[in-house]
Design a protein around this ligand. Structure first.
Ligand SMILES: C[S@@+](CC[C@H](N)C(=O)[O-])C[C@H]1O[C@@H](n2cnc3c(N)ncnc32)[C@H](O)[C@@H]1O
Length: 240
């Protein structure tokens, strides 16, 4: 099973990888809720990049690789016209997401489902039914700590599942057109690849190519603190 991300970007003196929340981070609360230290740093900057789109939407948002469930719970509270569908692969993470859902008591936050992006035919279930077209998809800090096929399957899934005006938002560290955006990201990339040769900081150029294959376009790139980016993918407009 793939491991989770580093808790913090490594420096010369510190390298710390989180394999699974609750094992390499603080243990869960008695009700199963886990806490991701990165959530506290990331969720407001990410919100600033996605709120403009999500604030005007209604419909369904699928989050893949939800981890503890804190992003879905926080953003569901801010977007009452959207229904959030969190997902992950680790049982402990699915339990945490369910516990956060119970804790928050939000009508528009659905039970977590197991979605493994290594499966090229992955899909989502809406209330037991096969899910319909999504207003948005959301994926934070997953692509660099998973095999390349996870990126491939995320983009192809977005091509299948997003509605015509839908968006896929992806947050993390990325190279831009073959170049690292900072020396610390190059160092981080090397650390990731040493940990697992299937991991690594992905390149916007490669993701753009995957998007194009899926009928999508890399519509927007928003710089984030600590040399991260939010990538927004939208359906490509067909030229007749
Ligand atoms: C660094 S954690 C990020 C969690 C959460 N998005 C956040 O930012 O707090 C990476 C997440 O990706 C999930 N993940 C790893 N491989 C996956 C896969 N093949 N399919 C779906 N999720 C996966 C892990 O279980 C973990 O929850």
């Amino acid at each position: 099973m793939p491991n989770c991300a580093p808790a913090m970007r490594p420096s010369a003196t510190m390298v710390k990888f989180v394999v699974e929340y609750g094992k390499d981070t603080a243990p869960p609360a008695p009700d199963g809720r886990l806490d991701a230290p990165t959530f506290h740093r990331n969720h407001e900057p990410i919100w600033s990049a996605i709120a403009g789109f999500l604030g005007g939407q209604s419909g369904d948002v699928l989050e893949t690789g939800s981890g503890t469930g804190q992003h879905a719970a926080t953003y569901a509270r801010r977007t009452p016209r959207l229904t959030w569908w969190p997902s992950d692969i680790y049982p402990s993470h699915l339990s945490s997401i369910a516990a956060w859902r119970e804790h928050e008591g939000l009508a528009n936050l659905r039970a977590p489902q197991r979605i493994d992006l290594t499966d090229p035919e992955w899909t989502w279930q809406a209330d037991g039914r096969s899910g319909g077209a999504l207003a948005a998809m959301f994926c934070v800090n997953v692509l660099h700590i998973s095999p390349w096929r996870v990126s491939q399957n995320l983009l192809s899934g977005a091509g299948r599942l997003l509605r015509a005006d839908g968006r896929l938002f992806v947050y993390g560290p990325f190279m831009r057109d073959g170049e690292h955006t900072a020396p610390s990201n190059a160092e981080f990339d090397a650390t990731l690849r040493a940990q697992n040769p299937q991991w690594g900081v992905r390149d916007t150029r490669d993701l753009r190519a995957l998007a194009n294959d899926a009928g999508l376009t890399l519509a927007d790139i928003t710089p984030m603190p600590a040399n991260n980016l939010v990538l927004a993918f939208a359906r490509a407009i067909r030229q007749n």
